[in-house]
Design a protein around this ligand. Structure first.
Ligand code: 6PG
Length: 249
């Protein structure tokens, strides 16, 4: 765990646009390096909105979208038109603007029975993404970070999901008890590249604990992200970086 953080790269941006531009460069590098399809798991919540909108507004015709297959790291168990839906957020801020073909979008069906959908989505991943170590290997997984140290929908009170034997599982938000479908640590740590995108001063405490390895950071699911044969990058803005030790600069 310590190694993963020591091995991770930290990119601090001074603004949301600079962070988005830095993200696009990493995406373009990944695309250059990929032979055929590029399989990316999108993160949810609010942070990615600005990144998706920046990409849609500035890179609509610069990226070969046909070769990118879109998945999610997690989804709320709600219909796709629900304001809570990570699919809806991605569609409103990216897909609907650049016109991604439906066949390139592999949505988690939040409207389905959670236990059934966790199995369904595992099968979708297995049926579409090339394997490595016997399980699907994403080219890129985007992750967000909650103030409680959760990532995807793996919350501190269900840290066991990180070690879950299946690649997808049913999770539950600890406060709202909203059911979620989430990918698990097994597939996260099998990825070629994992990029955390974290912004805002409200995240500076948790970012400081995890990247400075303080305050029993192992209790935070995000601190277990450690792609053994992949690259881990923390993309944070200057507000979220407020509590980083200088040695991490
Ligand atoms: C979700 C996410 C979750 C999110 C963090 C940060 O479905 O909510 O996948 O892991 O990335 O909670 O959310 P914000 O970007 O809204 O702070």
């Amino acid at each position: 765990m310590t190694g993963s953080i020591v091995n991770s790269k930290i990119i601090i941006s001074q603004s949301a646009d600079e962070l988005s531009e830095n993200f696009v460069h990493l995406l373009l590098n990944g695309l250059k390096g990929s032979k055929e399809n590029f399989h990316i798991a999108l993160s949810g919540g609010s942070t990615p909105k600005r990144v998706f909108r920046y990409i849609a507004d500035n890179y609509k015709s610069e990226i070969e979208w046909e070769s990118i297959k879109f998945y999610w790291g997690d989804e709320r168990c709600v219909p796709p038109d629900d304001i809570e839906s990570n699919y809806k957020m991605s569609n409103d801020n990216l897909f609907s603007i650049i016109g991604i073909p439906e066949k390139n979008i592999f949505r988690i069906a939040g409207e389905n029975d959670p236990a059934i959908e966790a199995v369904n989505y595992s099968n979708i991943l297995k049926g579409n993404i090339p394997e490595f170590n016997g399980i699907p290997r994403f080219d890129l997984i985007m992750l967000g970070l909650g103030e409680d140290g959760h990532t995807a929908s793996i919350f501190p009170d269900s840290l066991n999901l990180f070690e879950e034997k299946n690649i997808c599982a049913v999770a539950e938000h600890p406060a709202t008890h909203q059911k979620r479908i989430t990918i698990t640590g097994k597939i996260i740590n099998n990825a070629k590249q994992v990029i955390f995108i974290v912004t805002g001063s409200s995240k500076s405490g948790i970012v400081g604990d995890i990247l400075n390895r303080k305050n029993d950071y192992g209790k935070y699911p995000a601190s277990h992200v450690n792609p053994a044969q992949g690259e881990l990058i923390w993309m944070i803005d200057s507000s979220a970086a407020g509590r980083l030790n200088h040695s991490n600069d």
